[in-house]
Design a protein around this ligand. Structure first.
Ligand code: HEC
Length: 148
């Protein structure tokens, strides 16, 4: 599992998405965590720009929004039966309230798509976009991720 997780991370980071599909089938837990880790790296970069500790960079903003869109399109398939167990913080509610979970993923995808043009335009646009997109992270985790 550790080995697979490392490979999944490396492959996703390299952007070789076709190969990811194979790994997703072999180890969906590692694949979904790798996507979330990328989500987090990008969120951190965006927060730096919003707070003014890093300069606004439209290219990096686009990379973040593209990766979040990619996560939203792939995430739902990475919770097959049986993947409740293992090295995972996925909450049981994902399997007992599947429609609600799918709706949370769809909302994340829609907010990302709706705000991507605004975010890449300028810093004010990014700030406005992040106040909408960023809420998805916490609200989904609240219900669908087990807290430590
Ligand atoms: C639709 C639900 C949903 C959304 C939206 C979502 N997450 Fe997650 N996230 C999860 C779930 C479920 C897990 C637990 C995955 C597991 O452990 O199998 C998780 C795990 C994580 C982890 C831990 C990964 C690891 O290596 O264990 C991080 C970090 C994270 N999310 C960051 C984010 C950020 C940042 C955003 C917003 C940009 C975000 N997430 C949006 C559901 C979501």
């Amino acid at each position: 599992m550790k080995f697979n997780a490392a490979i999944a991370g490396a492959i996703i980071a390299a952007g070789t998405f076709a190969a990811t599909a194979v790994i997703a089938q072999q180890d969906p837990i590692a694949a979904r965590k790798a996507l979330m880790k990328l989500n987090n790296d990008h969120a951190r970069t965006m927060t730096g720009m919003v707070r003014g500790t890093a300069p606004f960079d439209a290219k990096q903003v686009k990379a973040a929004f593209d990766q979040w869109a990619d996560t939203a399109s792939k995430f739902g398939a990475l919770f097959p039966d049986g993947s409740q167990q293992g090295d995972t913080r996925a909450a049981p509610a994902i399997w007992t309230e599947r429609a609600k979970f799918d709706a949370a993923i769809a909302k994340f995808g829609k907010d990302v798509a709706d705000n991507s043009a605004k975010a890449t335009g300028d810093l004010e646009g990014l700030k406005a976009a992040m106040s909408v997109v960023g809420q998805n992270c916490g609200s989904c985790h609240e219900t669908f991720r087990v807290s430590r």
